[in-house]
Design a protein around this ligand. Structure first.
Ligand code: ADP
Length: 437
C-alpha cells in the first residue's frame, strides 16, 4: 500500500520532530517517527480500501472523494469505465440490430448449443415449429420436435440436405410442410433454418397435375385419329364410310386445336403485363360480337332452339384489352349455350354498379351447379358434367380464362347457381376501368 515514499518520509519526519519537541530521551524521537509512519499507512490503507470497493462495484456506485494520487487513480479508472461502457452499449445496440434483422427474416432461425438446447429462436421459427420463442429457450430440441423424420435426421448427423416435417397446424386436407436445415458452426453449435414449403409443394403438385391433364386431353383425340388412320389403311372402306371416318377425325383434330388455343390463351394471360388504360372498348360492341357467336354455336349444338336475349344495357366505355374481354364473355355465353338444353333461355347484358364500376352478366335456365362444385369451377380441367363438356367441345379451361381476364382488369368472376333452375355468371369491373356518361 505504501506507494508514496515522499509522503511517508514527510509523515515520519513530522512524527519524529513532534516527539523530539515534547520528549527528552532519544528513543522517543524514534518512536514518534514510527508512530507517524504507522498513522500514514493506516490512512492510506483506508483510502485504498475505499477506492478498491468502488472499483469492485464498478461504475454503478459514485466514485469516492479521495485526495492526491488516489484521486488520479479514481479519475483514470472512471474514464476507463466510461470508455468500456460506451463500447458495451455499442456492442449491445449492434447485437439488437442483428437480432432484429434475423427476426425480420422470412425464414425461421433457431440457435442450438452443443447439447441441442435452444439458445435463441426468431418468431418465424416459433410459428413454424409451434415453439414459444421466450418460454422454450434452454429446452432440448428433441423434446419439442418429436417428428420421427426429424429425430432420425438429428441422429444420423448428415446435414447436407434439409428434412421435411409437418407443421404444427397441419391436419388432413390442410397440408403445412416445413423444411428444416441444420448447419454446424463454432464448437459444436448448430444453426437450424426453417422454411414453409407448403406453397412450393402445392405449386409443384399443380404443375404435375397440369402436365398429366394436358397429356390426357391430347392423348384421347390422338388415339381416335390414329385409330381411324389405321382402319382406313387396312380396310377397303366405301366412300360413305371414308366420309364418316374423315368427319370424326376432323372433329378430334378440332378438339385438339381448341385445347391448344385455350392453353396458349392461358399462358399469354399469365405471362403478359396487365392491360393498360389506353385502349377503350365499347360495351355495346363487345356484346354484339359475343352474342352473334353464341347464336352461331346454339345453331350447332341445339339447332338454334335457345332464346338468347340481350337485356337493355347502358352504353359505356371500358379501359381494357378487347380480345381478352371478348374471350371472357364469349366463354361464359358458350358455356350457357352448351349446358342449357334446347328451348332454354339465356340472358346477357351489362349493368352499372353503385360504386361506379360495371358488371357483365350471363344467366341461363340450364341444369345449375351444386354448391360444392362452385369453389373449384375455375380450376384448370375441373368439370362438373364431364361428358356434356366433351360432347360439346369443352376443354375445361374456359372459366380459368374468365377468372384470369377479370382479375387482370381489376375485377372478379362471380357465380350464383340453383340446381334445376339455372346459373348466373358475372364479370365485375372496377370504377377505374369504366367510363360512363
Ligand atoms: P368446359 O370447357 O368443360 O365447359 P369450363 O371451365 O368453361 O370448362 O367450365 C367448367 C365446368 O363448369 C364445366 O365443365 C361445366 O360442368 C360447368 N359449367 C360451366 N358453365 C356452366 C353453366 N352455365 N351451367 C352448368 N354448368 C356449367
Amino acid at each position: 500500500m505504501i506507494r508514496r515514499p515522499l509522503e511517508l518520509f514527510a509523515c515520519t519526519l513530522a512524527g519524529g520532530a513532534l516527539a523530539l519537541a515534547y520528549a527528552e530521551p532519544a528513543w522517543a524521537g524514534v518512536a514518534g517517527s514510527v508512530g507517524g509512519a504507522g498513522l500514514w499507512v493506516t490512512f492510506d490503507n483506508i483510502r485504498a480500501a475505499r477506492v478498491l470497493s468502488w472499483l469492485r462495484h464498478g461504475h454503478a456506485v459514485r466514485p469516492p472523494a479521495v485526495s492526491a494520487v488516489w484521486a488520479e487513480v479514481v479519475e483514470r479508472a472512471r474514464r476507463g469505465f466510461k470508455v468500456l461502457n460506451r463500447k458495451a452499449r455499442k456492442s449491445e445496440a449492434r447485437l439488437q440490430e442483428f437480432l432484429a434483422a434475423i427476426q425480420a427474416s422470412p425464414n425461421g432461425v433457431v440457435l442450438l448449443d452443443k447439447t441441442l438446447n435452444i439458445e435463441w429462436c426468431n418468431f418465424t421459427a416459433a410459428q413454424h415449429l409451434g415453439f414459444d420463442s421466450k418460454r422454450d429457450v434452454q429446452q432440448q430440441i428433441r423434446n419439442l420436435i418429436r417428428d420421427p423424420a426429424f429425430i432420425a435426421y438429428l441422429n444420423e448427423g448428415d446435414f447436407s440436405k434439409p428434412v421435411e416435417i409437418d407443421g404444427r397446424d397441419a391436419y388432413p386436407g390442410h397440408p403445412h410442410r416445413i423444411a428444416i436445415h441444420i448447419h454446424v458452426y463454432g464448437k459444436g453449435r448448430r444453426l437450424m433454418l426453417t422454411r414453409d414449403v407448403t406453397a412450393v409443394q402445392q405449386a409443384e403438385a399443380m404443375r404435375r397435375d397440369f402436365v398429366a391433364n394436358v397429356s390426357h386431353e391430347i392423348r384421347t383425340p390422338l388415339t381416335v385419329v390414329s385409330g381411324f388412320i389405321e382402319t382406313l389403311q387396312q380396310i377397303d372402306a366405301t366412300p360413305e364410310e371414308r366420309a364418316r371416318y374423315l368427319a370424326l377425325m376432323g372433329q378430334q383434330a378440332q378438339r385438339m386445336q381448341t385445347l391448344v388455343s385455350d392453353l396458349l390463351t392461358l399462358s399469354r394471360l399469365e405471362g403478359s403485363p396487365v392491360p393498360g388504360s389506353t385502349e377503350w372498348v365499347s360495351s355495346t360492341e363487345l356484346l354484339d360480337q359475343v352474342v352473334a357467336e353464341a347464336r352461331a354455336l346454339s345453331d350447332v349444338v341445339a339447332g338454334g332452339e335457345h332464346a338468347i336475349v340481350v337485356q337493355p344495357s347502358p352504353e359505356f366505355e371500358i379501359a381494357g384489352a378487347r380480345t381478352e374481354l371478348v374471350s371472357a364473355i364469349s366463354n361464359l355465353l358458350s358455356n350457357a349455350v352448351r349446358y342449357t338444353p334446347s328451348k332454354g333461355r339465356i340472358e346477357v347484358g351489362w349493368r352499372l354498379l353503385s360504386d361506379g364500376g360495371a358488371e357483365c352478366f350471363v344467366s341461363d335456365s340450364g341444369p345449375g351447379i351444386e354448391a360444392e362444385h362452385l369453389p373449384r369451377l375455375t380450376e384448370r380441367f375441373y368439370r362438373v358434367d364431364r361428358s356434356r363438356s366433351r360432347e360439346t367441345g369443352g376443354t375445361g379451361l374456359g372459366l380459368a380464362i374468365v377468372k384470369h381476364v377479370a382479375q387482370r382488369h381489376g375485377g372478379q368472376m362471380l357465380v350464383d347457381s340453383v340446381v334445376g333452375q339455372g346459373s348466373t355468371f358475372r364479370i365485375t369491373l372496377p370504377p377505374s376501368r369504366v367510363l360512363a356518361d
